[in-house]
Design a protein around this ligand. Structure first.
Ligand SMILES: [Zn+2]
Length: 136
């Protein structure tokens, strides 16, 4: 697959000349299915934040440009939204099984996919970049 225009606004920039692949995933009950483009999931850093919401919901953030994410089953209508704090980020999860697929709402042109919900992923091999959200 050809490289996309280099995303510049991602919270974690992709490596130079990253070969982008399509990954699939979804929630436990399979009502929500998605696909998104991302460089190699085992060599590209993902964000692991220690703030209360990220810890409680088990987020591992794989950031991708919002136009590289799409639902293949279900839609935003099948997600329930939880807002807290300043309410600037809508935390969304499957209304049926509760899985946090991520907050697929574009913030500055990027979306976060919860890497735990990617199909057949080996969590222990991910390159996690710690973020001290607790102190912010
Ligand atoms: Zn579900």
């Amino acid at each position: 697959m050809a490289n996309p225009a280099k995303p510049t606004s991602l919270p974690i920039p992709w490596p130079e000349d990253a070969k982008v692949q399509v990954y699939t995933g979804g929630c436990h009950c399979k009502k929500i299915r998605y696909e998104f483009e991302f460089p190699d999931i085992y060599t590209t850093q993902m964000l692991s934040c220690n703030c209360s919401i990220c810890e409680d919901r088990g987020y591992i953030h794989a950031f991708t440009p919002s136009d590289k994410f799409r639902f293949t089953s279900g839609s935003e209508k099948d997600l329930t939204t939880y807002n807290f704090g300043s309410g600037t980020v809508a935390h969304r999860f499957c209304a049926t099984c509760g899985t946090s697929v991520g907050p697929p709402i574009a913030v500055l042109g990027a979306v976060s996919v919860n890497a735990r919900t990617i199909d057949d992923i080996d969590i222990g091999r991910l390159q996690l970049l710690p973020s001290d959200g607790k102190s912010k």
